[in-house]
Design a protein around this ligand. Structure first.
Ligand SMILES: [Zn+2]
Length: 277
């Protein structure tokens, strides 16, 4: 078999698998899946995860109908970080020019509804231990979907009250935390662009940096992706910290930093969008 023929066969198999996965999800929850077709054949569908429970939350799939990467975005693990889920909901409205974008913007509805950091089962981001099943149902369901999509790149969007390694607090903000390997190089490149184009007019210590490696030593979603799936993931943390002279990164500012982090990184995986940010 020539390389070209082999490549075509692999592509055909991948398309068939993707179609089968869509069929399986629709059969699981036929009444809860809605679809809408854009003029460009982009297929948008929604699957309600854990329907009829307080955890019920939508998973959005935006299939460009063109070959390309699969990206999986989780946000809303903490109920006081709207910059995460609102950036994710903006991504849902965007139109990828290739590949498939999967987004779960509001992972912990119990935390978001109550307006608290941790939901009814504690911080959702503490339930993703490497090598075992996630310890609560919503995490198991999200991980099941993650594995069935086999994404090339994943994101977990948050925000933090402080600034990582700034020496002024012990927060985690203004950093992208990558899994080892390619995501680490992508994070470094994205950080440079963020600082040049999106963190202008802020004190120097508001510049983004690359955070510690999400290689599986912790219980975060990003650790599970890096340590168990051996995949690429970026944990994104813009800051909410007020500057010494009283300037506050507004929610809109933090959403923009999160959105830019994801869109700039996706560009490295050959997913570009019709819209500009
Ligand atoms: Zn968080």
């Amino acid at each position: 078999m020539t390389d070209a023929t082999l490549e075509e066969s692999v592509e055909r198999i991948e398309r068939a698998l993707a179609a089968y996965r869509r069929y399986r999800r629709r059969r699981r929850n036929p009444q809860l899946v809605t679809e809408r077709n854009d003029s460009k054949d982009v297929d948008r569908s929604i699957e309600m995860l854990m329907p009829d429970t307080k955890w019920a939350t939508p998973l959005h799939e935006i299939d460009s109908a063109r070959d390309g990467p699969t990206a999986f975005v989780v946000a809303g693990q903490h109920g006081i970080e709207p910059a995460g889920w609102k950036a994710a909901e903006l991504l849902v409205e965007m139109t990828p020019q290739s590949g498939t974008l999967v987004v779960v913007p509001r992972a912990d509805q119990t935390a978001i509804e109550a307006g608290v950091y941790s939901g009814d089962e504690g911080s959702l981001n503490d339930h993703w231990r490497v090598g075992s099943e996630p310890t609560i149902e919503i995490a198991r369901v999200i991980w099941d979907r993650f594995e069935s999509y086999q994404p090339d790149i994943a994101f977990d969007l948050h925000s933090s009250q402080g600034i990582y390694k700034s020496g002024i607090d012990d927060g985690f903000g203004q950093a992208l935390y990558p899994t080892p390997g390619r995501a680490r190089d992508v994070a470094a490149a994205v950080v440079d662009t963020l600082n040049e184009e999106f963190v202008t007019d802020w004190p120097d210590h508001y510049d983004y940096i690359v955070g510690n490696l999400q290689s599986g030593w912790g219980t975060f979603f990003s650790h599970k992706v890096g340590g168990q799936y051996d995949g690429d993931c970026l944990l994104c943390e813009p800051t909410r910290r007020t500057t010494e002279d009283g300037r506050h990164p507004t929610e809109a500012q933090r959403i923009r930093w999160n959105l830019a982090s994801a869109v700039l990184a996706l560009d490295h995986y050959e997913m570009t969008f019709d819209e500009s940010i």
